[in-house]
Design a protein around this ligand. Structure first.
Ligand code: NAI
Length: 328
């Protein structure tokens, strides 16, 4: 039986990740083959033509599930009635830009977008922040979205999660579908902690199959530095994999994580695992009834604790800088 149509807003829709996302969303990758979708694309004026071009191509695909595509440079118009919002558009770091400048430039985007979501989005809206610095952008958006529960905001660390699963599977020459229980902790940045101490490979413990030195010297740096590796090999940042991870994140959020398995997402901390309440940090999460829930009861060894603390310290610092600039 056909489900009611869903409205999905994509910001930065005229950019690279936007272009890779739209066709998959329109083909039903998030809500499934029984749910029609309407797309609303938000761009800044300089990106409108590119988004309009993508909209023309979407028409040309004749996707049976696609009801409509609207392009706008007005946030309230673009978020009107949204069931889900993928916040991809962000201000990139340009030459000579300090971290404070980057946080400030992005706060000027994500604060007003959070407020527009509160005013105009649908009552069940779920927000995934992709644009960097993703965790702190999500924190800022949530802080400006009066009346929207903080649990409706998340930042994407699913790309890191998928990279970790893929790299582990390739190292062991097994299908990635055999891998379970990987976790990304902390910030979507080089300080992130890709953790395989609880991971399983075809049911066996991953740490019994790989040596500790490989994990610390090769695996962790490679996952955390994968974005730079892609740029050096491809000559451009991750696009297809980032779009695919955004789809996975939103799909699992609305549809639920299967069985006992978990994924990783950056969500507003409830104080679990010593991560200060209110920070947007990556955790092992399950989605139950459309809500992210942090997987509890994981015992952390000394190495894991130190790695998580280091990444969380960076998030605290970003929050402090944001506060001191009067952006929170
Ligand atoms: P891009 O530069 O190709 O596209 C960004 C688009 O956003 C542009 O079309 C621009 O006009 C638009 N934009 C800028 N400000 C906007 C605003 N206020 N409202 C609406 N649209 C706006 O960049 P790309 O490759 O698509 O990447 C987008 C973001 O995703 C970047 O911040 C990038 O760092 C981040 N990213 C995050 C990943 C993650 O794992 N969380 C992975 C890969 C990229």
């Amino acid at each position: 039986m056909s489900q009611p149509p869903r409205t999905i807003t994509v910001t930065g829709a005229g950019g690279q990740i936007g272009y890779a996302l739209l066709f998959r969303i329109a083909s039903g990758a998030i809500y499934g083959q029984d749910t029609p979708v309407s797309l609303r694309l938000l761009e800044i004026p300089a990106g409108l033509r590119s988004a309009e071009g993508a909209a023309l191509e979407l028409t040309d695909c004749a996707f049976p599930l696609l009801r409509s595509v609207e392009v706008s440079d007005d946030a309230d118009t673009a978020f009107a009635g949204a069931d889900a919002a993928l916040l991809v558009g962000a201000r990139p770091r340009s030459a000579g830009m300090e971290r404070g400048d980057l946080l400030e430039a992005n706060a000027a985007i994500f604060g007003p977008q959070g407020a527009a979501i509160a005013r105009s989005a649908g009552p069940d809206v779920r927000v995934v922040v992709v644009g960097n610095p993703a965790n702190t952008n999500a924190l800022i958006a949530a802080a400006h979205a009066d009346g929207v529960p903080p649990g409706r905001f998340s930042a994407m660390t699913r790309l890191d999660h998928n990279r970790a699963s893929g790299i582990l599977a390739a190292h062991l020459a097994v299908p990635v579908s055999d891998i379970d229980g990987v976790t990304i902790w902390g910030n979507h940045s080089a300080t992130q902690y890709p953790d395989i101490t609880r991971a399983t490979v075809g049911g066996a413990s991953a740490i019994d199959l790989v040596d500790a030195e490989w994990i610390r010297e090769r695996f962790i740096p490679r996952v955390a530095g994968r974005g730079a590796e892609i740029i050096s090999v491809r000559g451009s940042s991750s696009v297809g994999s980032a779009a695919s991870a955004a789809i996975d994140h939103l799909h699992d959020w609305v549809d639920g994580t299967p069985g006992t398995s978990w994924t990783s997402a950056a969500i507003v901390s409830d104080g679990s695992y010593g991560v200060p309440e209110g920070l947007v940090s990556s955790f092992p999460v399950r989605s139950v009834d459309g809500e992210w829930r942090i997987v509890d009861g994981i015992e952390l060894d000394e190495f894991s604790r130190a790695r998580i603390d280091a990444s969380v310290a960076e998030l605290i610092d970003e929050r402090e800088q944001t506060r001191s600039l009067g952006l929170l």
